[in-house]
Design a protein. Structure first.
Length: 262
């Protein structure tokens, strides 16, 4: 619970003086024990989602050795008080920063079940749809930016007017379906054009807003699963050879294409 910031009114909901952020922390294990000093990805879900809406996708990241901390946002979530709403979206970047602070604190606290779990020097940020919009704000808005984030992954997102790609060179991966019926791929095309290198843009051919991001085994989903891990490995974990894997995994005839500037 973040006692420093309020939750605003939402229709019949009167609001609250604080913000409750139920967060699911998923982590890799070895021989049944939590792995230690893992890189961390803070994940922002989409409109009407919860912390686990994209768990089948980010489970691939966990299996690749990442801790994933995924909050449920107070008012854009499913079953929000007063109804699911975007009225509170500009508070969500602060939610991600608060979750990051809390997870890092718990990783340092002797009595915490998360003790020793996270490497604070290897932090990435990812988001889907409205969560992608939120992630871009945290990565590139001068007033919302979190400098501890080493890389930003935005899936089917949109860069708001306050995003300043010209001021920051945080590594960026954009993933978008070219038939997206909710947020047009034009949003990611424009973001990629404005961003500074290193930047990568995976276009999913004949894909809509949701289907390829379910963590499944269909060709487009496999591209999402592999390219997101490749990107995190390259820029959060620091394995630069993964940039070559990203180029290969993002170029699948009839399924996906990739653009990159490094």
């Amino acid at each position: 619970m973040d006692a420093s910031r309020p939750t605003p009114p939402n229709n019949e909901y009167a609001g609250a003086p604080n913000r409750t952020l139920e967060t699911v922390v998923s982590y890799p294990t070895r021989r049944g024990r939590p792995m230690r000093r893992c890189p961390l990805v803070v994940f922002a879900t989409g409109f009407g989602g919860t912390a686990t809406s994209y768990a089948p996708l980010y489970d691939h990241w966990v299996r690749a050795g990442y801790v994933v901390a995924a909050p449920t946002f107070p008012l854009s979530c499913a079953d929000a008080p007063g109804g699911t709403s975007a009225v509170d979206m500009l508070s969500q970047p602060g939610d991600l920063r608060f979750v990051l602070d809390h997870v890092l604190t718990e990783s340092d606290r002797r009595e915490s079940p998360l003790r020793g779990l996270v490497d604070p020097g290897r932090v990435g940020l990812a988001g889907k749809s409205m969560g992608g919009i939120t992630a871009l704000l945290v990565g590139f808005d001068p007033d919302q930016r979190e400098p501890r984030v080493r890389a930003v992954l935005a899936m089917t997102g949109l860069a708001m007017d306050t995003v300043r790609f010209d001021r920051f060179d945080t590594p960026l991966l954009l993933v978008h379906g070219d038939k997206d019926e909710v947020l047009s791929i034009t949003a990611s095309i424009e973001a990629y054009a404005a961003a500074s290198p290193p930047k990568h843009f995976v276009t999913l051919l004949d894909q809509l807003h949701v289907e390829a991001f379910d963590g499944g085994d269909e060709p487009a989903a496999r591209v999402v699963n592999t390219t997101t891990v490749d990107f995190l490995d390259a820029y959060v974990r620091g394995r630069r050879r993964a940039v070559g894997r990203l180029a290969r995994d993002g170029d699948v005839p009839g399924v996906a294409t990739i653009q990159s500037e490094t």
